[in-house]
Write a protein that binds this ligand. Sequence first.
Ligand code: FNR
Length: 342
Amino acid sequence: MDPINVFEYEALAKQLMDPVYWDYYAGGSDDEVTLQVNRTDFNRIRLRPRMLVDVSHCDTRTTVLGQLIEMPIMVAPTALHGLGHTEGEYATAQGAGAAGTLMTASTESTRTLEEIAQAASGPLWFQLYIFHSLKLAAELVRRAEAAGYQAIVVTVDLPILGNRERSKRHTISIPLSALKEMVTGVEEEELRREPMTWETIDWLRSITHLPILLKGILTAEDAVLALEHGVDGIIVSNHGGRQLDGAVSSIEALPEIVEAVGGRCEVYMDGGIRRGTDVLKALALGARAVLVGRPILWGLAVDGSKGVQQVLKILQTELERAMKLAGCPTVASINRALVKWT
Ligand code: FNR
C-alpha cells in the first residue's frame, strides 16, 4: 500500500535502509533537543482560519528569487543521496522537477554538480560549504554558474561538525570516499579548513553575480549583518538539529528574522516541516517558502525519483487542503493574522 503521509515514508525508509545509513540521515547532535523542538514548536502555533471565502480555486504556486515554482516547498541540500538510493541525486533532481519545484544540491553530493544539472528538469540552487580553500570554493562557484544553477546557498552554521553521536558508533566509510570523488582533481593539501567569517561573504559577493543566500541564520542580529553584506536571501535553519544542540527551533527563530529583514530580501526556513499545515504556519510567519530535508531522503530511499515526487506531492496536497480550510485561496493571501502562539 502506498504511504499516505510523510511519516509513513519515514517508517518504510527505516525498514529498508542499512541502519548505519539510517542513523546518518535521521540523527541530530548531542541530546537531539533542537531536532525535537523543530517539530514540537509547530504545535505551539495555532491557526485562526477565516470562513466564507471562495476557495474553489486554490493556487499553491509562488516565486523564489523570481523563479516560478508549483508550491512554496523546495528540496533542502542534504549530503550523500547515494546512501538512500543507487541513483542518488539524479533521482532527487528528477523527482523535484517532476513535482514542479526547486532542488538545492549539496556540496557533499554523491554525483557531480554537472551530472545533477543534466538529470534535473527543474530549477537548481547550489549549496556551498567553504571549509576548504577559497580556491576550491571559487572553482565550485564557477562550475555551478556554468552548469546553470540559479543561486549559491552558503551554509554558515558549520564552522565545525556538530556532535552527532548516532554516527559516532559507526565508521561511515562511504561518505568519505564520496567526498573524495566530489573534489576530484583537488590536491590533498588544499583540503584544510578555511575559517569562514563575514569577510568571506564579501569575497564571495565579489566573485559571482549569482544571488547569494545564507543558510543557517537564527537571529535578527545576523540577519541584519547578512543584509549589510549584500545577500539576496536568508534561510532560517539549524541544520535539522545537527549542529548546535539547544539552538532555537527554526520556526521560533523565523518571526524575529522576518521582522529585522523588513522585506529587504526573501526569507525561507527549513527544519521539521512534515505536514502541509507546517508550511502554512511558516508562510503565515513570513517565510517566502520552506525547504524539506529528511522527508525527501525518505521518499528517495523508498522509491527513488517517484518517492521524492510523491513526498512533495503529499505536502503540496496537504498544503492546498489546509489553505482551503483556512480561507486562503492563494499563497499571497496567507498572512500573520492566520496564526497565534500558545
Ligand atoms: C543535512 N543538511 C545539510 N545542509 C547543508 O547545507 N548541506 C548539507 O550537505 C547537508 N547535509 C545534510 C544531510 C542530512 C542527512 C540531513 C538530515 C541534513 C541540513 C538540511 O539542509 C536542512 O537544514 C535540514 O535537513 C532541515 O530539516 P528537516 O527537514 O530534515 O527536518
